[in-house]
Design a protein around this ligand. Structure first.
Ligand code: 2HA
Ligand code: ZN
Length: 271
């Protein structure tokens, strides 16, 4: 059996969370990541018959029975994951009852997965129904995106349009736009259900005045989505109070989307 600490998925979690912490998107215990793993790959590192603990999920995750995820722990800090992955991360398998998770590795101090696991698993279900290759769900509190939530209308068409205007590549990177939820109580099944509903349509969802969710096939793709939104939001926040002299026009965004062959939200552009 190979040493789990050397597994590429553990390394990806360590590197990504450390990077996100450095970027200031995950203060204290802010943020969480769940990553759907390939069962055969996990079996190279762990005895899949050895369940360390059973942890209740608090909702029905039947469509994910048997699936294995590596997930950040509740109350744990992204800052600390790299130095102590076994305490701050866990590998869980959705049990045959669909109501519990079987801990295969991690959460070594007796902890459990993020309080946002309902939102994550519901988002995985929603994304997998439209993209069977989706593996990653990521939540964080990127500074400029969050700042923008306080000064920009929380309307998904307007929010997406403003972001698309801020960087030439935005419409190509997230042509499907960005879903927006109003402020809601986090850690609940309700916000999970609302997030998943948006995730059927969008790979990016703003949690009003809280943060952002991203979903993608790989860690890089998902990080890249959030990174691009954050960059656009930063440019917005650097310029929102200044007279706008130039802008990327809708016809130029259309030209970009057509040139790069992306299926964009035409209803999010004017005319
Ligand atoms: O897990 O970010 O939304 C900490 C959070 C809750
Ligand atoms: Zn959060």
């Amino acid at each position: 059996m190979k040493n789990i600490i050397n597994a590429s998925f553990v390394e990806e979690m360590r590197k990504t969370t450390a990077n996100m912490y450095q970027l200031g998107w995950d203060e204290r215990n802010g943020g969480n990541i769940s990553y759907l793993l390939d069962t055969n790959e996990v079996a190279e590192y762990l005895d899949l018959n050895e369940v360390k603990r059973i942890i209740p999920l608090g909702f029905d995750a039947a469509p994910l029975i048997g699936k294995i995820f590596i997930v950040t722990g509740t109350g744990k800090y992204f800052k600390n994951i790299d130095a102590d992955p076994e305490n701050n991360l866990g590998i869980v398998r959705i049990a045959a009852d669909g109501q519990t998770a079987e801990l295969l590795w991690g959460y070594s101090d007796g902890g459990k997965f993020t309080s946002e696991f309902p939102a994550h698993l519901m988002s995985h279900m929603a994304r997998l129904s439209v993209d069977p290759k989706n593996c990653v769900v990521m939540h964080c509190h990127p500074t400029h995106t969050l700042a923008m939530n306080f000064v920009h209308e929380l309307d998904e068409r307007k929010f997406t349009h403003t972001l698309w205007e801020m960087c030439t590549e935005c419409i190509v990177v997230f042509p499907d736009g960005i879903g927006v939820l109003p402020w809601m109580l986090c850690g609940t099944n309700s916000i999970g259900e609302a997030t998943a509903e948006k995730m059927r349509e969008f790979r990016l969802v703003i949690w009003g005045m809280h943060g952002i969710y991203g979903a993608g096939k790989t860690m890089d793709e998902t990080f890249g989505l959030i990174e691009t939104v954050e960059k656009a939001a930063q440019i917005y926040m650097l310029t929102a109070h200044l007279p706008r002299i130039n802008t990327i026009r809708d016809d130029q965004m259309k030209e970009l989307a057509e040139y790069f062959g992306v299926d964009y939200r035409k209803d999010f552009l004017d005319g």
